[in-house]
Design a protein around this ligand. Structure first.
Ligand SMILES: [Zn+2]
Length: 276
């Protein structure tokens, strides 16, 4: 039987652990911090932190302090990478080193990152489309989805300036279901594809982070069609626009193309936070 003295010691230890995340846990909500392009930090109702596609220090749209010091992201539990392009992988290596967070992504991409020495095999996890992982315990499920895009990893030698391109596996999106049942669909980089209907029917995302810039991904008209006719989420945050001149699409064009719809659109700026 536990003596009262020991019980008090135990409750003391528990209190100390709980305090760390108390301020956040009390909200019981999912926080979304968008940092420009596809870079997103998601904080779960219990305070677990997922960073998707970290591209901050060379991202012209990422505001300070996030573009100056990766420490500004705070505690990170998991890093997700959707594909190999530089505007999605730019800070993976440094953020993984800084935080010790495990890096999850498409199998072929992780294999190349390991070969290049960006992450160790121990700190990275390969998984595939349709695969579900629970690196943060049973309350949070991450599912990898299809994305209509490409994936290469191009590395430039600093001395010779010669670039070399490696295979980056298959591009992907992610659906994250949180402890409270809220589902975020970060679409990665993608063009329109018919199975967005299947994703909507089967996974029923509440919030989509949807690329709208055009050229490499959907333009506002495509994104509006995907939102209104296929995905029909409660909420949408347009991303992947305005970072470079070719990504011409704007949230205003996206909303105009959407017209009357039940989806609530949040045309936020990099550095803005929303809670759901
Ligand atoms: Zn991109």
């Amino acid at each position: 039987m536990m003596k009262r003295r020991d019980f008090l010691k135990l409750t003391g230890a528990l209190t100390a652990t709980v305090v760390v995340h108390r301020a956040w846990a009390q909200t019981g909500k999912v926080e979304v911090l968008w940092l420009g392009q596809a870079t997103t930090r998601l904080t779960s109702p219990n305070g677990k932190v997922i960073v998707i596609d970290p591209f901050l220090t060379k991202n012209p749209k990422t505001p300070p302090p996030y573009n100056q010091d990766l420490k500004a992201l705070g505690h990170v539990d998991v890093i997700l990478v959707s594909h190999g392009h530089g505007d999605h992988t730019g800070d993976v290596q440094d953020l993984a080193k800084l935080t010790g967070a495990k890096v999850y992504g498409p199998a072929g991409l992780i294999a190349t990152m390991v070969d290049l020495g960006w992450v160790t095999p121990e700190q990275s996890v390969r998984f595939g489309k349709g695969g579900k992982v629970t690196p943060l315990g049973p309350g949070i499920t991450i599912t990898q989805t299809h994305a209509e895009h490409s994936s290469e990893v191009t590395v430039t030698d600093p001395a010779s300036k010669k670039s070399t391109t490696y295979p980056g596996g298959e591009p992907a999106g992610f659906i994250i279901e949180f402890e409270n049942g809220f589902k975020v669909y970060h679409m990665g980089d993608t063009g329109l594809f018919g199975d967005m209907r299947l994703i909507a029917d089967y996974y029923k995302p509440d919030l989509i982070l949807i690329p709208i810039g055009g050229h490499f991904v959907m333009d506002p008209k495509d994104a509006a069609y995907a939102t209104r006719e296929m995905l029909k989420p409660k909420y949408a945050i347009p991303i992947h626009y305005g970072t470079f001149p070719v990504l011409k699409g704007t949230p205003q064009e996206y909303q105009a193309a959407l017209g009357q719809t039940s989806t609530q659109v949040f045309p936020i700026s990099p550095g803005d936070k929303l809670t759901f």
